[in-house]
Design a protein around this ligand. Structure first.
Ligand SMILES: Nc1ncnc2c1ncn2[C@@H]1O[C@H](COP(=O)(O)OP(=O)(O)O)[C@@H](O)[C@H]1O
Ligand SMILES: [Mg+2]
Length: 303
């Protein structure tokens, strides 16, 4: 049996000031799954995302991608795991959109028509074909976020991790991003406190609080448990019925994967219990934001 797309075991991480951000996270994600990582501010969501492509190294525990530890070949890990930062302006730093999207594959050795084709298909995938020659700062915020997704897709990752993808998007841009993400055939982790968005896009949701996984199960079941949500400072918009929306944007394999029953962390999926279905000062987020960091092999996201 093939290893999970993402496996996190006993992951602990404290920032240099001693603040414990992750306090023993266990999480398995199967290939092709779409999983929302929910939790209040400060829960550790971004810190977890930064571990998935090796921007942070575990201080205790392990993170493996398709069986490979993130502490191994960093360039290879960053080709397999694309991380879309919360702020697209952390991801876009070249003069044109096309240069930004070409950065990762060019670094991996792609040249000429192959490279141009890769750029074009990544931009098409996010509905931004025809903008290769545009300067990123001439685009709207929503368009920049989609281009940020394209910069990562251009390296053809197995796993796409998005940190608060709906932050600062107007409703139309939010809808466009949903359509883009729902059409991708990748393992998807969506880090968010936007519960309706999680409901629409992900059949499975994990709740992180105080650096631990406190719930893991079917998004509809988790979001229906308003007392548990409130206990973790998560609230649905008034009148929102997750059962009417859950999975509505899903297509393809993730749409047909059986929904798992909601479970408490104690019973959260581990090893044999899995489905087979299918990046602030002075910490590393700031490092990821700096142009110097971004021009390295991994540009903070994908090599
Ligand atoms: N660079 C940093 N230095 C010190 N503490 C940090 C840093 N980044 C995050 N933290 C702290 O780590 C914890 C988890 O933060 P974070 O992963 O950003 O949570 P979330 O993304 O869920 O809001 C919080 O207590 C936060 O204040
Ligand atoms: Mg965050």
């Amino acid at each position: 049996m093939s290893p999970p797309a993402v496996s996190v075991r006993g992951l602990r991480f404290a920032y240099p000031d001693g603040r414990v951000a992750l306090d023993g996270v266990d999480l398995d994600i199967g290939a092709g799954e779409r999983v929302a990582v929910l939790g209040p501010n400060g829960a550790g969501k971004t810190t977890l995302a930064l571990h998935l492509n090796g921007i942070h190294a575990p201080q205790a525990g392990t993170v493996t991608i398709g069986g490979e530890p993130t502490t191994g070949d960093l360039a290879a890990i960053r080709r397999r795991v694309g991380l879309v930062f919360q702020d697209p302006d952390d991801q876009l730093f070249m003069p044109t959109v096309g240069d930004d999207v070409a950065f990762g594959p060019a670094h991996a050795g792609l040249r000429g028509t192959d490279l141009r084709g890769r750029v074009a298909s990544a931009l098409d995938a996010v509905g931004m074909g025809g903008h290769a020659g545009t300067a990123p700062h001439h685009l709207s915020f929503g368009q920049r976020r989609r281009v940020a997704v394209a910069t990562v897709l251009a390296s053809r990752p197995d796993v796409l991790v998005l940190d608060e993808p709906t932050a600062n998007l107007d409703p139309a841009a939010r809808r466009e991003l949903t359509d883009v993400l729902a059409g991708l055939e990748v393992t998807l982790l969506v880090v968010t406190h936007d519960l309706p968005y999680a409901a629409e896009l992900c059949r499975r949701a994990v709740v992180l609080d105080a650096g631990r996984v406190v719930a893991d199960g079917a998004t509809g079941d988790l979001l229906a448990d308003t007392d548990r949500l409130a206990a973790h400072r998560l609230f649905l918009p008034r009148g929102f019925d997750p059962r009417l929306v859950c999975g509505s944007a899903l297509t393809g394999t993730a749409a047909t994967a059986a929904a798992a029953p909601a479970r408490d962390a104690a019973g959260a999926r581990r090893g044999g219990d899995r489905r087979d279905a299918v990046g602030r000062p002075p910490g590393p987020a700031a490092a990821a934001r700096s142009p110097r960091r971004l021009t390295g092999p991994g540009r903070g996201a994908v090599a």
